[in-house]
Write a protein that binds this ligand. Structure first.
Ligand code: ACO
Length: 428
């Protein structure tokens, strides 16, 4: 077996080297502290593997993303979000029978408890829908006490279905609440996305036809967001879940982690930035200069990624889809032009080239969401809808692994040394 040697204080220690199925290598330091008394320090976990995982493979240098071995490009072209959800959670593409059973078992749970619905009345009208989503998902633990034990397989399964089924309902209701429209009950005859669109956009006074272009575009975006291995929100779900908190509590924590503008909140921030540039006269070079100036506090939202240092394969697919959707819907969005100009200026700029900063998944997704009528403050909720199967798959892998231990990083303390308490009257 290959090993790595570390010499500390003149003494040599050996640690096993492990290799993943795609050749990524790691030094297994599980026994580092017990053998040497040292720990590792890795701010932002940029070099630390938190787990072994069979779900998603990504190679940031080559721009590769695969779910359970299937390239994202193929899934985007040939699969559907529901099928991808099954694939991520259970490891294989479903047979027709497995797919229908899965679909039926989810649709059985699309409604939310009427009392939970009343909870919406207690949020101010302009509450951010991510605040509502996280609260509502957390609150599900109060309604489903029959399925709270994360260690029981049957309870896991029902919680998984409840979450997949109720998240679109919860999300659409938060939008209806914000515009003062009546909430629309789910319609289980529709597809997963069709049902969501109907709950978002239909009103009792009018007929509602689902536009297949819109349905397909949303399905594609959700597939592209469905998993991304150990990112900030997924690591949060795993960390919270490692304490054996129930699934709803673990996922609600993930929703909160996703909200930040450096993570899923970037899709909202991108559109706000493009609007700002547009209103400012459209001088993209000025904003690129500002992003390079560290004192400005401004970053080009939708640019850069911790892992992708070449290109983000999801961004490539979304960029193509954006052109198609806008053309099919006959929309001419000036923000698309700003985005294209910004991308061109940034990609030819030394600062961005040197740092390998490319458009990420969120750079173009907001333009599609805008085109299909999703309000800007719902963009991150759309990301959460897409990421739900990934969070669930990662949680399920973690909780069913007998080797899982509670996540508990260490630290290097840099504060004051021991000192004695001084009475307040004697301080100063
Ligand atoms: N605009 C300007 N400069 C940037 C940007 C940006 N968007 N992103 C990174 N940089 C610069 C940093 O200032 C730093 O420069 P330096 O080496 O001179 O100090 C260098 O590039 C490296 O950046 P870090 O912040 O160290 O990279 P990290 O991997 O920690 O952060 C992140 C990645 C958070 C995505 C970052 O690129 C960023 O803030 N991007 C904008 C927000 C965004 O789009 N987030 C969505 C990510 S995708 C997702 O979560 C779904």
């Amino acid at each position: 077996m290959k090993t790595a040697k570390i010499i500390l204080d003149g003494k040599e220690y050996e640690f096993p080297v492990i290799e993943g199925t795609e050749g990524e290598k790691a030094i297994d330091i599980s026994n580092l502290r017990s053998q040497t008394g040292y720990i590792t320090l890795d701010e932002g976990y940029a070099n630390s593997g938190a787990t072994l995982s069979e779900i998603t493979f990504l190679d940031g240098e080559k721009g590769i993303l695969r779910y359970r071995g299937y390239p994202i490009e193929e899934l985007a072209e040939k699969s559907t979000f529901m099928e991808v959800a099954y694939l991520l959670i259970y490891g294989e593409l479903p047979t027709e029978r497995e797919f229908q059973d899965f679909r039926q078992s989810i649709f059985h749970h699309t409604m939310i408890h009427e009392d939970l619905k009343r909870l919406y009345d207690h949020f101010p009208k302009d509450s951010h829908p991510m605040a509502i989503l996280a609260s509502m998902i957390n609150t599900l633990s109060g309604y489903y006490v029959d399925s709270m034990n994360p260690l029981k397989r049957d309870q896991q399964e029902v919680s998984i279905r409840r979450l997949l089924a109720k998240t679109p309902t919860i999300a659409a209701y938060s939008h209806k609440k914000s515009i003062g429209h009546p909430m629309v009950y789910p319609d289980n005859k529709r597809s997963y996305i069709g049902n969501f669109l109907r709950m978002m956009f239909s009103v009792p006074a009018e007929d509602y036809e689902i536009d297949p272009v819109v349905e397909k575009a949303i399905d594609l975006l959700l597939i592209l967001h469905a998993d991304h291995e150990q990112n900030c929100s997924t690591s949060t779900v795993r960390l919270v879940g490692s304490s054996q908190a129930n699934l709803y509590a673990s996922i609600a924590s993930g929703v909160n982690a996703l909200w930040g503008p450096l993570h899923g909140g970037a899709n909202q921030a991108v559109i706000e930035m493009l609007e700002h540039i547009y209103e400012d006269g459209g001088n993209t070079a000025k904003f690129v200069e500002m992003a390079k100036d560290k004192t400005s506090g401004f970053r080009l939202m939708g640019f850069g990624h911790r892992v992708y240092k070449n290109f983000d394969p999801r961004a490539k697919i979304i960029k193509r889809a954006t052109d198609e959707v806008l053309a099919k819907m006959g929309i001419n969005d000036p923000l698309l032009e700003i985005a294209q100009k910004l991308e061109e200026v940034a990609l030819n700029d030394e600062y961005f080239k040197e740092r390998n900063l490319y458009p990420n998944v969120d750079f173009y997704s907001g333009i599609i969401y805008r085109a299909v009528g999703i309000p800007t403050n719902m963009f991150t909720v759309m990301f959460a809808l897409g990421r739900m199967p990934g969070w669930i798959a990662q949680w399920r892998e973690m909780i069913n692994n007998p080797k899982t231990r509670i996540g508990r990083p260490r630290q290097i303390y840099t504060g004051a040394n021991q000192r004695s308490f001084v009475e307040r009257s004697k301080r100063g």
